[in-house]
Design a protein around this ligand. Structure first.
Ligand code: ZN
Ligand code: ZN
Length: 429
């Protein structure tokens, strides 16, 4: 993030492309006050560049005069891209570098939501309780999350119930990691209104999969067809439950080989019975090859003309003193953080998968247009978002630990991220 954004209030920062927008810059602290006896100028540098211009000095400057210790300027943002707004003194000395992003109408109307669609608690092989995990999610800056324990749906409901009496902004959704019997493919049910794991115990499961198997004649008879049929059945049940059916960690290495045989992975990529691919999965550093393979496979499938909805998820098994938690997430560009809007946006290819390893530069994966925008958000906007979330997450942890006064403090903080975004998007006036 440019330091100027700590010293000045600059807004809006997300603007409409092909439109004029008035930007206001106000110093927040005395050490950056504007001076009446100094002349200032503003230059706007488009990231995409302009043929025939080579250096920042080639860009036009607009003279500006501070009024009541604020500078207001109306600028033309001619295309969807990142812009640097240079505020200089008349002698050319740079006062501040401000970073803005212009968006076409379709993306401008949406908001970015950070979330994790895959994580575990002590009800399966995780370390902490659902309430602890949920509060920790807010602490690290997530807007939505679902607990997805192995074979178990109830922990996700427990996390939701733990905060049902508190006015919080984190959106918690139901979920589970689905393990069809005798099938190496893991499946994530994000948001479904019932448990798919529970259905494996019913007689209908065996009957319906056997029926389905008969129709899947493009798969050679035998174990592959049986496995593929039970995957298709599970994905369909998740959709029936109103959830997003996610295909996680296809290239997880377990016992010296990929846990999912490549023949099955090929079938899943080819016929796409799932809704979204966990493009960046919860792999430890020594397992980085698995994520590299998933990204390579994604690009290869995209090159064949396929469209692939994606998520990034931690598959975390502990929030404290454990790896993975917070290392990966999804940014969904959606109308709201309501479950249906998130699912519709992910299915509609409006998401990127993010890798945020400790002490490394954050990396976003997905469609080029969205990655350009996501990089800006990750660098310039989310640090402010995450600071607000941190305070809320701490209070949520206090509440989960029995401090009921934290509920009152949380309700006072309610809506702060929305307010920040309204300001950043220029919707606050
Ligand atoms: Zn798994
Ligand atoms: Zn898992």
């Amino acid at each position: 993030m440019r330091i100027a954004h700590r010293y000045y209030d600059c807004s809006p920062r997300i603007v409409r492309a092909k439109k004029k927008t008035t930007i206001t810059i106000k110093p927040l602290f005395d050490h950056r006050k504007f001076h009446d006896d100094i002349s200032y100028q503003i230059g706007l540098i488009p990231m995409l560049g302009v043929p025939g211009t080579t250096r920042q000095t080639d860009f036009q400057r607009t003279p500006v005069t501070p009024k009541d210790n604020a500078i207001t300027v109306t600028l033309d943002f001619d295309a969807e891209q990142e812009y640097t707004l240079l505020l200089e003194q008349g002698d050319g000395k740079v006062v501040g570098e401000f970073v803005l992003y212009a968006l076409n109408q379709d993306l401008f109307e949406l908001r970015p939501y950070k979330g994790d669609t895959h994580m575990h608690t002590n009800y399966s092989d995780g370390k902490e309780s659902p309430a602890f995990v949920a509060a920790s999610c807010r602490k690290i800056g997530l807007d939505f999350a679902a607990i997805t324990d192995h074979h178990r749906y109830a922990p996700s409901l427990e996390a939701m119930a733990a905060f049902s009496d508190v006015d919080i902004d984190l959106r918690l959704y139901p979920g589970e990691e689905v393990h069809p019997p005798s099938n190496p493919v893991h499946i994530v049910n994000f948001g479904g209104s019932f448990s798919v794991n529970d259905l494996f115990k019913t007689p209908q499961y065996e009957e319906q999969v056997a029926e389905l198997e008969k129709t899947l004649t493009f798969v050679p008879e035998g174990p592959a067809r049986r496995i593929y049929a039970s995957c298709v059945w599970s994905f369909e049940k998740i959709r029936e439950a109103g959830g997003l059916a996610i295909f996680p960690h296809p290239y997880w290495v377990y016992g010296y080989k990929f846990d999912v045989p490549e023949q099955i992975t090929d079938l899943l990529f080819e016929h796409q019975p799932y809704d979204a691919l966990e493009l960046i999965g919860g792999f430890h550093v020594w397992q980085a090859e698995s994520n590299m393979l998933q990204v390579a496979r994604y690009h290869e499938e995209r090159a064949k003309g396929k469209t692939i909805p994606i998520v990034g998820a931690t598959d975390s098994h502990g929030c404290e003193q454990a790896d993975l938690f917070g290392w990966y997430h999804t940014i969904v560009f959606a109308k709201s953080a309501d479950l249906n809007d998130l699912i519709e946006a992910i299915r509609g290819l409006n998401s990127v998968a993010v890798e945020a390893l400790p002490n490394e530069r954050v990396r976003a994966f997905g469609p080029f247009r969205l990655v350009c925008y996501a990089q800006f958000l990750l660098r310039e906007i989310f640090p402010f978002h995450d600071e607000l979330c941190l305070e809320e997450g701490r209070l949520m942890l206090n509440y989960a630990a029995g401090d009921k006064r934290a509920a009152e403090a949380l309700s006072k903080l309610k809506g702060r991220v929305e307010k920040l975004y309204d300001k950043m998007w220029g919707c606050d006036s």
